[in-house]
Write a protein that binds this ligand. Structure first.
Ligand code: HEC
Ligand code: HEC
Ligand code: HEC
Ligand code: HEC
Ligand code: HEC
Ligand code: HEC
Length: 500
């Protein structure tokens, strides 16, 4: 077979070899995927991305070599027309060269394939995401390890399946590495993540909306900041789905993700102020638009909202499925409930609230501060209690320091205050961003704030005198301390967000 004279040069030879190997590799992966039904994102990646890259590179080398040679010929420079495929196997030198070349190439190709495969796996691993730039990812990584998703890989929520998102995430990863090296990354990292992969393609791989949850009993213990650390219990039936599972998510909280229901909204970039909400039913065609008209609460739709209309999905309620930073009142209540600190030490809740209230700037100063403040609180305020309960107080200090380190990260300036939790309405507006009785439709309907819409109260009160209602009944809410009717008129988060 005769080829143009210009083809006979080393660059074009190299290109040809690369292209041929790549073509073989592509054939191999494509056969694997299509004939052996290998459902593996890595095979997709190699078949459709990595090896085609090599193929194109090889193919580009061929004309490049030819062009360079042509230029040399034109200028009359000496060129070699040595043909690669004129091989004299009788010559022992050629034989050896071929042998070495073949062995090295095969070794090289195998090593590259294994290497990139391993490398790929590595970049998808929790260690890579959570530990490589430890300083920056510490909050997310630590919270993740204590979350219900501690065994779900970061990449399953943040990248998901398919080569396109893999490439997107690695491109943005490169930008982040660059920022990391320059030290120009933001502290704290901004949320919501604007281009997070839609829940449809991540969460719903494991929790699909057709899988219904019915109701769930939720029992929560609170401890008041009084002398006895009075325990106050709240037991609620959460109406996640319908009362009977056969009804699916036609009612209840997960009604929002019913396949027929589409809720779209406009909000500020933090998604905390939502002046415009549209409900649309895909099967009946019914549409209701709710607008929050009271501009004394916040500016008009035009002023506040980004132009983006967002379709509500799992993440609009479950925005902290894996990185939940709890407030001091919450984790101290949990310490009491788990008997890790002792309710019999008077004023312990109150002392803990004072000690965790400071804005510490480093973890070390936080640990020292918590210790000093707790001890000062008792030594100065209640010296008799200090000598009686010294051991219990010191144990409490250690437990509180530990919880603090899971929930507050001074270096990255991360705490519950920076990342609103959109589920519920206790410390953040959450559901009350829309359900506030103030978003009105043109015919006067509102998005309801009725205390029995999302849950019913089936028990509440002090530990020894809890009042119960029947499981299918409910009772009016009693606020643990007397604040009159304020809890009806003001959002809970107005007082509970920065109360301590
Ligand atoms: C169960 C799914 C899930 C897993 C697993 C997960 N994340 Fe997230 N991550 C989210 C969601 C949802 C958000 C918040 C998105 C928003 O508010 O826009 C988020 C936010 C973040 C943020 C932005 C800052 C913040 O705290 O909101 C970082 C950084 C992050 N994740 C890193 C990680 C790392 C590192 C891992 C693994 C150690 C991980 N994520 C595992 C779902 C997940
Ligand atoms: C790879 C599978 C997987 C993915 C992806 C996943 N989850 Fe989960 N999720 C689980 C498992 C398993 C549990 C149950 C953990 C348990 O029983 O303690 C769970 C539990 C939950 C719970 C209940 C938490 C609790 O306190 O009991 C919620 C809510 C949840 N997931 C939401 C989400 C959201 C939102 C996303 C997407 C951002 C998501 N999950 C992505 C596997 C997954
Ligand atoms: C309108 C807000 C909202 C949306 C949207 C939403 N959820 Fe939920 N989900 C809740 C609430 C509230 C609970 C109950 C939490 C509790 O018990 O404290 C819940 C509970 C759950 C649970 C735990 C069920 C159990 O029995 O413990 C899972 C898992 C879950 N949701 C997954 C999802 C997934 C996946 C999506 C998206 C397909 C989704 N949710 C969409 C509000 C929502
Ligand atoms: C973006 C706005 C928005 C947010 C945020 C929101 N909802 Fe809704 N929700 C709606 C709209 C709109 C309706 C329908 C109102 C109507 O037609 O009466 C609704 C209806 C409901 C219903 C009644 C469903 C039925 O018909 O049985 C429940 C229960 C509910 N929401 C719970 C929640 C919970 C819990 C949260 C917070 C975790 C929440 N919602 C957050 C907009 C929202
Ligand atoms: C739109 C739905 C919705 C409405 C309306 C609603 N709640 Fe809730 N509430 C929730 C959800 C969801 C949670 C659970 C949050 C979580 O999982 O942490 C919750 C939690 C609570 C808690 C436990 C606090 C905590 O998080 O520790 C109390 C108490 C409570 N609600 C009282 C009320 C009262 C009183 C009203 C009426 C003024 C009311 N709720 C109206 C959805 C609602
Ligand atoms: C006017 C301010 C105010 C409003 C509004 C308010 N609270 Fe409170 N709340 C308080 C005070 C003050 C305490 C007492 C704190 C203590 O002693 O630890 C308290 C304590 C609580 C506790 C016990 C907390 C703990 O960790 O010890 C719960 C539960 C509670 N409130 C629920 C609610 C709910 C639910 C709402 C909204 C429906 C609400 N509160 C609205 C002021 C308020």
């Amino acid at each position: 077979m005769k080829l143009p004279r210009t083809y006979y040069n080393y660059i074009s030879y190299l290109g040809s070899i690369i292209a041929i190997i790549a073509a073989f590799a592509i054939t191999f992966f494509v056969i694997q995927i299509n004939f052996f039904q290998t459902d593996n994102v890595y095979f997709d990646l190699f078949a459709y991305l990595v090896t085609p890259g090599f193929l194109v590179f090889g193919l580009i080398l061929i004309p490049t070599g030819m062009y360079l040679k042509k230029r040399k010929l034109k200028k009359g420079l000496p060129v070699s027309d040595e043909k690669l495929l004129v091989i004299n196997l009788r010559d022992p030198q050629t034989r050896n060269a071929i042998l070495i070349f073949t062995v090295v190439t095969i070794f090289f190709v195998i090593a590259t394939v294994i290497g990139s495969y391993k490398g790929f796996h590595y970049t998808e691993s929790v260690e890579f995401c959570g530990k490589l730039c430890h300083k920056v990812m510490e909050p997310e990584y630590v919270a993740y390890q204590h979350s219900p998703h501690a065994r779900v890989k970061c990449a399953e929520c943040h990248v998901g399946e398919g080569a396109d998102f893999y490439v997107k995430s690695k491109m943005s990863g490169l930008r982040q590495v660059y920022k990391y090296i320059l030290g120009t990354y933001p502290r704290n990292i901004e949320t919501p993540i604007a281009n997070l992969r839609p829940a449809r393609e991540t969460c719903e791989k494991c929790h699909w909306p057709q899988k219904f949850y019915t109701n769930k009993i939720r029992s929560q213990k609170y401890y008041l900041a009084d002398s006895a650390n009075t325990e106050w219990d709240v037991i609620m039936k959460m109406r996640i789905g319908a009362d009977h599972s056969a009804l699916g998510n036609t009612e209840g909280i997960h009604w929002h993700i019913n396949n027929d229901v589409e809720i779209t909204y406009q909000a500020d970039e933090k998604r905390q102020t939502i002046p415009w909400v549209r409900y649309f039913n895909k099967s009946t065609g019914k549409e209701i638009v709710f607008v929050e008209e009271d501009t004394s609460i916040h500016p008009t739709v035009k002023e506040v909202a980004t132009t983006e209309k967002r379709m509500m999905d799992c993440m609009d309620c479950h925005n902290r499925p894996s990185h939940e930073y709890f407030s001091p009142p919450h984790y101290v209540n949990e310490l009491f409930a788990g008997n890790r600190i002792d309710t019999k030490v008077p004023y312990l809740k109150s002392a803990a609230m004072e000690a965790t209230n400071d804005l510490y700037t480093t973890k070390d100063s936080a640990f020292a501060g918590i210790n000093d403040q707790m001890i000062k609180y008792y030594k100065e305020g209640y010296p008799a209690l200090f000598s009686k309960y010294e051991k219990e107080i010191k144990k409490a200090v250690t437990a509180i320091q530990e919880e603090f380190s899971y929930n507050t990260f001074p270096y990255m300036r991360v705490s519950y205050k920076k990342y609103p939790r959109n589920i519920g309405h206790f410390e953040n507006k959450g559901c009350f961003r829309c359900h506030d009785d103030k978003h009105k439709s043109s015919d006067g309907k509102v998005i309801s704030k009725d205390c029995n819409l999302c849950h019913t109260l089936i028990g509440q009160g002090q530990r020894d005198s809890i009042k119960y209602s029947p499981i299918n009944g409910t009772m009016p809410f009693i606020h643990p301390v007397d604040i009159g009717e304020d809890w009806k008129t003001t959002n809970c988060s107005n007082c509970h967000f920065e109360m301590f």
